[in-house]
Design a protein around this ligand. Structure first.
Ligand code: FES
Ligand code: FE2
Length: 467
C-alpha cells in the first residue's frame, strides 16, 4: 500500500490513487530529490459540482473580462522580446490590447493600444520603435507615452498635451517573463505570486532561453485548454502509448492551503503506469521508450538496474550532449520527471529539466468558444555560455500540427493528441444537458482549486445545487 490511499484521512485530505505514490518512486532513486520535491500538500476532500456555462456563455465571458482579465497579473511575453531600447510587442487579451515597450531609459511600459484621436489600434506587430505613431492620421507619442506630434495641430485647440498621454497598464517581471496588470489598484506582482518564487529557486526560468515558441487558435474556451494540461488522469484516454513509461496514477497533486494562485503536480517518468495490465518486462519498457526517443535504440537494461535508472542516465547524456549541461547538481527526479505548476489564471510552468515547457491559454477576442494557445520550449543554458537569441514566434494555421514543428521534438505528437480532444470537449459542453461537470476529488483537485480561485474573482450568478 502507498501513502494516503483509500478514503479521505482524518484531516479531510482527499484519497489518492491506489498503488505506489510519487514519493514512493523517489525513495528508489539513486540521486535523491531536493526537499521541495519531498513536500506534500494533499488537496482538500472537496466534492462540489462545477457549472458548465462558464465555458460556453458569452455573458460569463464578459464578466471574466471585467472581473478577471482586467484585474489579474498575467504573462504578456518574455523579457527577451523587449531586450533593447525601442523593442516592443503587442499583447491582446480578449478585446483589450497593450503595447509593451522598452523605453530609451531602459524601463518597461505597457500602453493601451488605442489611438486617443479616433481610436485606431496603434500597433499590430512587434518591432523596434523610435516612437508610437498612429497609422491613420499620424498622431505620435514618445516611448514614454508623451504626446509628441499632432498633424495640423491648429485644428485641435482643445487638446492639452498632458491629458493626451497614452494610458498605461502596470508592468513587472519575474522568471524572465513580462507581466502586465490592467488594474491600477491591484496589489503588486510579488504579492500575487505568493511564494511561488521559492519553488523556482533551483530552476531559475529567467536563465532559460526560448528554443521554440508556437501559438495556435484552438476551438475551445481558454479554461478547457488550461484544464487539459493540469491532470494526468487523461493519459489513459488521450496518450495511452505513454503508459508503459509514465506513472500517471502515481502522480502527486499539491494544493497548499492559503495559496490561491498556484498549485503543483509531480509525475514520475520511467515507471510504468499502474493502469498497464499484464506484466511488462523492464527490457520491454526500455524498448518502448526507445521508440519515443527517450533512450537510444538498442539500449539494454543492465542486471539489477531499473527502467527509470536507465532512462535517467539517457536523459543526463542527452542534456550533456545537446546543451552542454552538467546535470550532476540535479537529482534524478529533476532530470526525468514532469514538475508542473499552474499560475492562475492561464499559465502552466515547469520546473526541473524533464519537461522544460511553458503553456499559456487566453481568450481569442470576444469568443468564449475559441482561445489562443501558446507553447514555449524554455531550455537551460550551459554554464558560462551566452544565451542564444529567442526563437521566432510561429503561428500554426488550422491545417498545421504541433508535430510539424521539429524544435518541439517528442512533445509535438503529444500536443497533437491534446489538441484533438480540446475542441471535442467544447462541443460536448455546448451539447450537454447536465448543468455541471463532475470532477475527481484527487486527480482533478487542481481543476477544483482553479475553479475556486476563479469563483473568487468572478462570483457565480447562479451556483449549481450541490449533492
Ligand atoms: S485615429 Fe489615430 S491619428 Fe487619427
Ligand atoms: Fe495531455
Amino acid at each position: 500500500m502507498g501513502r494516503n490511499e483509500g478514503a479521505a484521512d482524518e484531516a479531510g485530505r482527499s484519497a489518492r490513487c491506489p498503488g505506489p505514490g510519487y514519493q514512493d518512486v523517489l525513495d528508489g532513486d539513486a540521486s535523491p530529490a531536493p526537499p521541495l520535491l519531498r513536500e506534500e500538500a494533499p488537496p482538500p476532500d472537496e466534492r462540489r459540482e462545477w457549472p458548465v456555462d462558464v465555458y460556453t456563455s458569452r455573458e460569463h465571458h464578459r464578466r471574466e473580462v471585467e472581473h478577471l482579465w482586467r484585474r489579474v497579473w498575467q504573462i504578456a511575453g518574455r523579457i527577451e522580446d523587449v531586450a533593447r531600447p525601442g523593442d516592443s510587442f503587442v499583447y491582446d487579451i480578449a478585446d483589450d490590447s497593450l503595447i509593451v515597450v522598452r523605453t530609451r531609459a531602459g524601463a518597461l511600459r505597457a500602453f493601451h493600444n488605442s489611438c486617443l484621436h479616433r481610436g485606431t489600434r496603434l500597433r499590430d506587430a512587434p518591432g523596434c520603435l523610435e516612437h508610437i505613431r498612429c497609422p491613420f492620421h499620424g498622431f505620435t507619442w514618445s516611448l514614454e507615452g508623451e504626446l509628441s506630434e499632432v498633424p495640423c495641430r491648429w485644428d485641435f485647440p482643445q487638446i492639452e498635451d498632458e491629458a493626451f498621454r497614452l494610458p498605461e497598464a502596470r508592468v513587472d517581471t519575474w522568471g524572465g517573463f513580462v507581466f502586465v496588470n490592467l488594474d491600477p489598484e491591484a496589489p503588486p506582482l510579488a504579492d500575487y505570486l505568493e511564494d511561488l518564487p521559492r519553488h523556482f529557486e533551483r530552476w531559475p526560468l529567467e536563465d532559460r532561453f526560448v528554443a521554440a515558441r508556437v501559438e495556435r487558435r484552438v476551438d475551445c474556451n481558454w479554461k478547457v485548454a488550461v484544464e487539459a494540461f493540469i491532470e494526468t488522469f487523461h493519459i489513459i484516454g488521450v496518450h495511452p502509448a505513454n503508459l508503459p513509461f509514465f506513472g500517471d496514477a502515481n502522480s502527486q497533486y499539491d494544493v497548499w492551503p492559503e495559496r490561491r494562485h498556484y498549485d503543483r503536480m509531480l509525475n514520475a517518468s520511467g515507471v510504468p503506469s499502474p493502469h498497464v495490465r499484464g506484466d511488462l518486462s523492464p527490457q520491454r519498457i526500455i524498448d518502448i521508450a526507445a521508440r519515443f526517443g527517450m533512450v537510444e535504440p538498442g539500449t539494454t537494461i543492465p542486471a539489477g538496474s531499473t527502467p527509470r535508472a536507465v532512462m535517467v542516465e539517457a536523459s543526463r547524456k542527452r542534456l550533456e550532449q545537446d546543451l552542454g549541461l552538467d546535470t550532476r547538481p540535479f537529482s534524478d527526479a529533476e532530470v526525468q520527471d514532469v514538475i508542473q505548476y499552474s499560475l492562475f489564471p492561464n499559465v502552466v510552468l515547469f520546473g526541473g529539466l524533464g519537461s522544460p515547457l511553458f503553456y499559456r491559454a487566453r481568450p481569442d477576442g470576444d469568443d468564449p468558444g475559441s482561445c489562443l494557445f501558446e507553447v514555449m520550449l524554455l531550455l537551460p543554458v550551459a554554464r558560462g555560455a551566452e544565451k542564444p537569441p529567442p526563437a521566432a514566434r510561429r503561428f500554426l494555421e488550422e491545417h498545421e500540427a504541433w508535430s510539424d514543428v521539429p524544435e518541439l521534438s517528442y512533445f509535438g505528437p503529444v500536443l497533437d493528441e491534446d489538441q484533438a480532444i480540446m475542441p471535442r470537449v467544447q462541443r460536448g459542453l455546448r451539447a450537454s444537458r447536465k448543468p455541471t461537470v463532475s470532477l475527481g476529488v484527487y486527480q482533478e483537485s487542481r481543476l477544483r482549486h482553479f475553479r475556486r480561485t476563479l469563483d473568487a474573482y468572478v462570483p457565480p450568478v447562479d451556483p449549481p445545487d450541490q449533492p
